[in-house]
Each structure stands twice: as structure tokens, then as C-alpha cells.
Design a protein around this ligand. Structure first.
Ligand SMILES: Nc1nc2c(c(=O)[nH]1)N[C@H]1C(S)=C(S)[C@@H](COP(=O)(O)OP(=O)(O)OC[C@H]3O[C@@H](n4cnc5c(=O)[nH]c(N)nc54)[C@H](O)[C@@H]3O)O[C@H]1N2
Ligand SMILES: Nc1nc2c(c(=O)[nH]1)N[C@H]1C(S)=C(S)[C@@H](COP(=O)(O)OP(=O)(O)OC[C@H]3O[C@@H](n4cnc5c(=O)[nH]c(N)nc54)[C@H](O)[C@@H]3O)O[C@H]1N2
Ligand SMILES: [Mo]
Length: 735
């Protein structure tokens, strides 16, 4: 695309946080300009330009010195503390191929860990994990990771409760469906607008603000139940009910208590569409354990007046109500329980199975987020190795090969992982208790990291391979409402190569080049991916036209209302649960006999929260949520993220009451600590956060909350991350 006023080129490029036009002058990136079709571009994009060629880029293949000198089995425990030596690509390929061959020969393919969790880039062809897994599958397989950091507890519990058919998946309806149907939204954890900036497959039109306007015009009432007032857009004029982090399960139970005792519940739906109501009811009323889950009981736990809970329950029963649960609530100790109880509460509410009602997990969908078809990532093939670990049990696995653990009814043991190959994620950003992880990370013989930037994970690797960014390659992106072409804008920085080219070269050394590439190059694959989608969606123009015009709009398809069939005719609409119904009591989960996940949704106090004994020494609950000014750890060095810093550090928000007691003012540098570790941050005082709680975003290279988070599974059922259940103390360092 040419700009008539200059010789600059404007080249379409797509990232998780938006579509942009890259302004390129004499081969150099000058600016990223928002795409003209984007009504509300994310500021995150602005910050990328300075980062692309910054010092933080990895410029050539690098090998840790002792690993190079003494080989993979030296066992020197020096990862993260040693200089790297630059080598040619050929030498790097030789070393990596030898390490892979050696581990395969001595320990078998299950000793290779290719779980490689992470967000990588938006493009579907250069999707790093798909490239890595296709390569490792052809090399004989690898140990993978199951479930996600995002919603690991939800992913394991909900199939037991509502089955796992896409038709019945309780995602949050879109803003327009809410505007059209819903009277009241009770938002556990709010509906943080900052999170709507990103989409994994790329994003063209940021239209959450428009959707919120529609809700406002329709008079939908919003209640934000959570520790932060601004977890919901100011324009939605929400009622804020501050609740202690980790106490939501108690509030949900008390709401159910009111619905049951005041006979407001939808008993007809419950009796037709659910099983296990009697056991659930006996627990709520305290008949089975002697503790009635009354509003007074929950009020003491959540720090909320009992009268607010009663009023809320009556509103739920009176109007079409949607309960939304942000995923952060289940990224916690016993995070399964809020998922199960939210479903139970929705079943009692009278709104389940009705448009815009019931329960939704996560942020409202963008219109068109459910396209009639989508562009898949590069096919991965099949993995001959069956071994896996739950994704958030990484350190446990590295520290305890052979150690037993429970997972979703299975008794398993951790594999003996000897080689880690990571592409497209940053475990030193995303994993919990990083001091423990640093110890665990010394165990394998070889760690290979592919990234464009010197992340903390790269610094702790043996082999570091530089990859291109999206701007340095062609790709195809598939986001809400659009397919987008992403054109190569600038030449690769330094010696960087794409993940695909790296794996193609390694495949050649290992003797399966043709199986990996199938004779296609980058454009050959992009065209192939597009044509695959075209077969499914005949309205797409030919590839050449798509590539030239850059964007193809996809019609939005409204997904069916979850559980509508169940409301209409439960006899004919069976869920994929053992009973075919919503399981308020699950005989299967009960049969696992887990002390931390009983047969029905329950309140189980987290090990760390404001009501725990541990709060005497570490009296502040630390929330580490998604960053507004970046995506996780990506482009923290970019202008948008840097502009958000306080005293050069990642902002930490705390209530004036807690700050004053510690002599802390806005702009002070503070140390946040507990027995696991510490980090520094820049203090911001605000009444938008409740007393006793502090908040910091994840992802800053300096000021990483995972220095203090606890590394323990949410429960034996899902073994998900419990990062949100973290207590700390805070002290002033300097002003
Ligand atoms: N305490 C706490 N911890 C959390 C969370 C929390 O709420 N609290 N949230 C969790 C959640 S939900 C998530 S999803 C994770 C996110 O964790 P990650 O997804 O690991 O975080 P990112 O920073 O997005 O890491 C992506 C990495 O891939 C690199 N990359 C980008 N494109 C490419 C490419 O094309 N090829 C290659 N090889 N590399 C590329 C980037 O430079 C970056 O280093 O964090 C989790 N951790
Ligand atoms: N800009 C931007 N957007 C993103 C991302 C990003 O990195 N940057 N990451 C994306 C990813 S990977 C994911 S998984 C989604 C994540 O989406 P979520 O996990 O839902 O989002 P968070 O921002 O972590 O948490 C939302 C809010 O929940 C509140 N909260 C925390 N603990 C509790 C609790 O115990 N009870 C209650 N009631 N509230 C609580 C916090 O105040 C927090 O602001 O967001 C996506 N969107
Ligand atoms: Mo996530």
C-alpha cells in the first residue's frame, strides 16, 4: 500500500492487540499506525516501534558457556549466571540436533518437554507452539502440558458439571446479546475493559466500548463484586460491592441460601435439568455439616453487609440476570469451587437457559468472535508419546521425577524430563514462585529457548535461538469478525530466523525435512491454510485477492444460548455429563475422595487469604492481574508499558489506609515480600481498591509478582495455578 504524500510504505501487520499499518521508510520501521477500520485502537501497539530493534533483541544464536564447553550432562547448576557464546546457525543446529538425539537414545522421547505454554504471536502459520509440536511429533514425540494458566481449574471441573460440548459451554454472551436481553449483570471480578484489548488470533475492531454503550442505552444494571472498583468501565455506572479476594464461593452459597429459604429459586428447572439438588441443598442449609451458609455467615467471610447479599439474591430471582465470573477468580486455591457454585446459583436463578441469562465465564465475547469457520494454526500431526503434566505443575515435575500426584481422578507420576524446548512463552514470567522455579530449572540437561527477546527464560537457557517478530515475516491472522493478512514489513533483525525456518533446518539434520515442510515455503503454507478455510467457507475470495486487500470480513454468528435446549426439553437435550444433566452433586468427583474437592460445590478456605492465620504475618492480599499497558511480559520495554511506570517501576496499587500505616506515599518505591521472595514496585495510593488488598499487573521484567506467589495446585482435581491466593507484607524502601 503506498502513501501518495511520501515514499513511505504502509504495510498491514497484525498483533494480538490490534491490526496496524507499519510505516516503513528506507527499510526502517518508523511507526505503527492504527488500522483505519479500528474504532478504538489499543495503545499497546504504539510502544512496539522502539522495541523491535532495541538492545533486548537476541541478535544471533547463543550458547551458555559451560554447556558449550562441557556438554549437556555437566550438571553445573549455573543456568542464569553464566555468559553466552555466539555461534553460527550451523553450529547451533548441530548442537541442538545432537542433544535431541542423545536424550532420545538414552531416555526416549518422553524425556523431551515440549509443553511450551505461552501466547507467542497472533499469526496462524508462525504460531510457535504449533511449529514446535509439529517438529517434535515428527521427531518421535514429547511430553506435553495440558490445560492452561488462564482457566485450568474451570477446564477440568466444568466437564464434570455441565459436560464439554461446545453447544453447552457457558461463555459470557456478547455485549449486544446482554443489551438485548439482560436486566442485571452481577460481575464477579468485574468486566475489566483493559482485557478486551487482546485476542489470541489477532484483533481488528476494538468494539467493546460500543457494546458497553448499547448496554447503557438499554438500561442494563451492573454490579461489580470484587476487590477493585475500576474492574468495570465507569460508564456502566456499576454498583460496587467490595468483597475479600478468595471469598466469592461463600457469597455464591449465601445467595443460593436466600433463593432456597425464601422459596425464590427456579425449583422447576432444577428438578428437571439438574441432579444432586438434595445434597447441595443439605449443604447450603447446614443440614450436612452443621453450618448454614446464610448471608450472615458469608458476610463475615467476605467483609460485605449481609443485607447486600439478601437484596442481591432477591434481584436475581426477580429479573433476567447474568452472573459473570472472571477467570482470575479460579486462578486460586480451590478455584474449582467458584466455577461449580456459579453454575449452581445460575441453575437456581430462573435465568439459566434464557437469552442473556444464567452464567458466563470470562469477558463478554466480541461480535463475530464465533466465526462460521476459522483459520487453524499449522497442523501439528499426532504425538506418539502419551505423557503429560498439568501445565502449572512444571516445577513439581522438574524437582520430582517419578513423584506421585493426583489429577482429575487419576493417580499419576511425573516424567523424567531431560530436555526442555520452549518456543513462544516465558515461564519466568508466567510461572509461580520463581525462586523455586529457578532451582527446578537447574535439573534438565538441556534447555532450548526460542524468542525474539532476552527474556528471563532466555537468560536461564543453554541454547538461545533468535526468532523474527511478526513484522519480519508474512502471516495470516484470524480474529473476531475478520481474516487479516500480515505482510512482512522489514528485514529480519540481526541473524533472526522464523520458528518455521529453524525447525525446517533441524528437521533436515534429523532426516525428516520433507515431512516437516511438505515442500511448502512460508507463502505456500499461508496459501494452504487460507485455502483450507475457503473449502469450509465458500464465500471467501481467492487467495490473491485476500492477500492484496488485506482484510476479509467474516459474518458474526450468534452462538446458541447455553442450556436453552435443557430448559425446553431436558429429556431430549442431554449434556455430556454422566447423568446427562447439570450435576449439582457429582458422584464421579465424590468417588475421587479428594479432601480439597468434595462431591458438590463448597466453601473451602484458601490457605492464603485475609481470613487465614497467615495474614497475621503477611496482612495484605496481593492480586496479580492482567496488565493494561501490555500483553503479559511482551514489550514491557515498549513505550506504552514504560509510560505506565511509577518511579521507573511497575505500579503497585494500595489503599491509603494501608499505605499511611506504613508511611507510604504515591511515588515511593516499596518492597513487597513474604517467605517465598520479594520484589520492588512503585506505590500508587487509591480508594478504588479495598483496604487489605494490593494489586500489581503481571509481566514486568522488574517487579514480577511471581517472585512471591505460591506454587501449589488449586486442588487434586485440576492442579491449576493458584497464583491469586497470595499474602504479602509491604514496606517503604525510598521516596
Ligand atoms: N501471578 C500471575 N501469574 C500469571 C497470571 C496471573 O494472572 N497472575 N496469568 C497467567 C496467564 S492467564 C497467562 S496466559 C500466562 C501468560 O504467559 P506467557 O504467554 O508465557 O507470556 P508472554 O509474555 O505473552 O510470553 C510470550 C513469549 O513469546 C515470545 N514470542 C512472541 N512471538 C513469538 C514467536 O513468533 N516465536 C517465538 N519463539 N516466541 C515468540 C514473546 O517475546 C514472549 O517472550 O501468565 C500466567 N501467569
Ligand atoms: N491488556 C491485556 N489484556 C489481556 C491480557 C493481557 O496480558 N493484557 N491477558 C489475556 C489473558 S491471557 C487472559 S487469561 C484474560 C484474563 O482475564 P482475567 O483473568 O479474568 O483478568 P484479570 O485482569 O487477571 O482479573 C480480573 C479482575 O479480577 C479481580 N479479582 C482477582 N481476584 C479476585 C477474587 O478473588 N474475587 C473477585 N471477585 N475478584 C477478583 C481483580 O481485581 C482483577 O482486576 O485477559 C486477557 N486480556
Ligand atoms: Mo491467560
Amino acid at each position: 500500500m503506498a502513501d501518495p504524500l511520501s515514499t513511505d510504505k504502509l504495510i498491514p501487520t497484525v498483533a494480538h492487540w490490534g491490526a496496524y499499518l507499519a510505516r516503513v521508510r528506507d527499510g526502517r520501521l518508523i511507526a505503527l499506525e492504527p488500522h483505519p477500520l479500528d474504532p478504538d485502537p489499543s495503545p499497546i501497539g504504539r510502544g512496539i516501534v522502539n522495541a523491535i530493534t532495541s538492545e533486548a533483541r537476541i541478535s544471533e544464536p547463543m550458547i551458555r558457556k559451560s554447556w558449550l564447553d562441557h556438554g549437556p550432562r555437566a550438571g553445573d547448576n549455573a543456568r542464569g549466571q553464566e555468559p553466552f557464546v555466539a555461534v553460527s546457525w550451523d553450529r547451533a543446529f548441530e548442537l541442538v540436533a545432537n542433544a535431541l538425539n542423545d536424550v532420545r537414545a538414552r531416555h526416549g522421547n518422553a524425556a523431551i518437554f515440549g509443553g511450551s505454554y505461552g501466547w507467542a504471536s497472533a499469526g496462524r502459520f508462525h504460531h510457535a507452539q504449533s511449529q514446535l509440536r509439529r517438529f517434535l511429533n515428527l521427531a518421535g514425540g514429547y511430553t506435553t502440558a495440558v490445560n492452561s494458566y488462564s482457566k485450568g481449574a474451570l477446564e477440568v471441573i466444568l466437564p464434570h458439571v455441565v459436560g464439554d460440548s461446545v453447544r453447552d459451554r457457558p461463555d459470557t454472551p456478547g455485549w449486544l446479546e446482554i443489551a438485548a436481553n439482560t436486566k442485571r449483570v452481577i460481575a464477579f471480578g468485574g468486566l475489566p475493559p483493559k482485557n478486551a484489548q487482546v485476542f489470541a488470533g489477532g484483533m481488528l475492531k476494538h468494539d467493546a466500548a460500543e457494546g458497553m454503550d448499547a448496554c447503557r442505552r438499554a438500561g442494563v444494571k451492573f454490579v461489580n463484586l470484587g476487590p477493585q472498583r475500576d474492574d468495570i468501565a465507569a460508564k456502566l455506572d456499576a454498583q460496587w460491592l467490595p468483597v475479600r479476594p478468595g471469598s466469592d464461593a461463600a457469597v455464591m452459597l449465601a445467595l443460593a441460601h436466600v433463593l432456597i429459604t425464601e422459596k425464590l429459586a427456579d425449583f422447576e428447572f432444577v428438578s428437571r435439568a439438574c441432579i444432586g439438588y438434595d445434597a447441595f441443598r443439605a449443604y447450603v442449609l447446614g443440614e450436612s455439616d452443621g453450618v448454614a451458609k446464610s448471608p450472615t455467615w458469608a458476610a463475615a467471610l467476605a467483609g460485605l453487609p449481609a443485607s447486600d447479599i439478601v437484596a442481591l439474591a432477591r434481584q436475581i430471582a426477580a429479573q433476567r440476570t447474568l452472573m459473570t465470573v472472571q477467570w482470575s477468580l479460579q486462578r486460586a486455591d480451590h478455584g474449582e469451587q467458584v466455577c461449580w457454585l456459579a453454575v449452581a446459583l445460575a441453575a437456581l436463578s430462573g435465568s439459566m437457559g434464557r437469552a442473556g441469562g444464567g452464567v458466563g465465564f470470562g469477558f463478554p465475547r466480541a461480535p463475530g468472535a464465533t466465526p462460521p469457520f476459522r483459520i487453524s494454526a499449522l497442523p501439528q500431526g499426532t504425538n506418539p508419546v502419551r505423557e503429560f503434566i498439568p501445565v502449572a505443575r512444571l516445577s513439581d515435575a522438574l524437582l520430582g521425577p517419578g513423584a506421585p500426584y493426583d489429577y482429575d481422578g487419576e493417580q499419576r507420576s511425573y516424567p523424567d524430563l531431560r530436555l526442555i524446548y520452549w518456543a513462544g512463552g516465558n515461564p519466568f514470567h508466567h510461572h509461580q514462585d520463581l525462586n523455586r522455579m529457578r532451582r527446578a530449572w537447574q535439573r534438565p540437561e538441556t534447555i532450548v529457548i526460542q524468542d525474539a527477546f532476552w527474556t528471563e527464560a532466555a537468560r536461564h537457557a543453554d541454547v538461545v535461538l533468535p526468532v523474527t517478530t511478526t513484522l519480519e515475516r508474512n502471516d495470516i491472522a484470524s480474529g473476531p469478525g475478520a481474516l487479516m493478512a500480515s505482510h512482512c514489513a522489514i528485514a529480519p533483525v540481526g541473524a533472526a530466523r522464523s520458528d518455521h525456518d529453524i525447525f525446517a533446518a533441524l528437521a533436515a539434520r534429523l532426516g525428516f525435512a520433507n515431512a516437516f515442510t511438505e515442500g511448502r515455503d512460508e507463502m505456500g503454507w499461508i496459501r494452504w491454510l487460507y485455502d483450507q478455510a475457503r473449502t469450509a467457507g465458500p464465500t471467501l475470495p481467492p487467495f490473491e485477492q485476500f492477500w492484496r486487500q488485506g482484510i476479509v470480513d467474516l459474518p458474526a454468528v450468534l452462538p446458541p444460548t447455553p442450556f436453552a435446549g435443557l430448559r425446553e426439553n431436558p429429556g431430549r437435550h442431554l449434556l455430556l455429563t454422566p447423568s446427562g444433566k447439570i450435576e449439582l452433586f457429582s458422584a464421579r468427583i465424590a468417588s475421587f475422595n479428594y479432601d480439597d474437592c468434595p462431591g458438590h460445590g463448597a466453601w473451602i478456605a484458601p490457605r492464603e487469604w485475609l481470613g487465614a492465620d497467615a495474614a497475621k504475618r503477611h496482612p495484605i492480599h496481593l492480586i496479580s492481574n492482567q496488565p493494561r499497558a501490555r500483553l503479559h511480559g511482551q514489550f514491557d520495554q515498549g513505550l506504552a508499558s514504560q509510560a505506565s511506570k511509577i518511579a521507573g517501576r511497575e505500579p503497585l496499587r494500595l489503599h491509603p489506609h494501608d499505605a499511611t500505616a506504613r508511611g507510604i506515599k504515591t511515588g515511593d518505591v516499596v518492597r513487597v515480600f513474604n517467605d517465598r521472595g520479594s520484589f520492588l514496585a512503585g506505590a500508587v495510593l487509591t480508594e478504588a481498591i479495598m483496604p487489605g488488598v494490593a494489586q500489581i499487573s503481571t509481566g514486568a521484567a522488574d517487579g514480577n509478582p511471581n517472585m512471591v506467589t505460591r506454587d501449589a495446585g488449586s486442588s487434586k482435581l485440576s492442579q491449576a495455578t493458584s497464583a491469586m491466593s497470595t499474602l504479602v507484607e509491604i514496606e517503604k524502601v525510598s521516596s
